[in-house]
Design a protein. Structure first.
Length: 88
C-alpha cells in the first residue's frame, strides 16, 4: 500500500486505520464489530462509510497472500472493493 500508485489511491479515496490484532489476541472486539473479517486470515480490510456502516469486508481471506501480491494486485483489489462499495 506504500507504493506511489497505491499510496495515491489510499490518500484520495480512503482513510486508513490500522488495528493491531496481535496473534488474534488483541482488539478482537473491533474486528467482531465489523463482522470479523479475520476468520480467513490477516491482513484483512473493511471499508466503512462516514457513518460507520460496513460497505465491504474481506470474508474469504482475499488479502491473505498480500505480502506476495504485486503492487498492481493490491491496487486492483482496493479499486474493485471501492467500486463495489460505491467509494469514489
Amino acid at each position: 500500500m506504500k507504493s506511489e500508485k497505491n499510496a495515491a489511491m489510499m490518500a484520495k479515496s480512503f482513510k486508513v486505520v490500522k488495528v493491531d490484532v496481535g496473534n488474534f489476541d488483541r482488539n478482537l472486539d473491533i474486528a467482531n464489530s465489523y463482522g470479523n473479517p479475520l476468520k480467513k486470515g490477516i491482513p484483512a480490510a473493511v471499508l466503512v462509510s462516514p457513518s460507520n456502516q460496513v460497505l465491504f469486508a474481506t470474508k474469504g481471506g482475499e488479502l491473505a497472500n498480500a505480502r506476495k501480491m504485486s503492487d498492481s494486485g493490491v491496487y486492483d483489489f482496493f479499486a474493485k472493493a471501492a467500486q463495489e462499495a460505491g467509494v469514489k
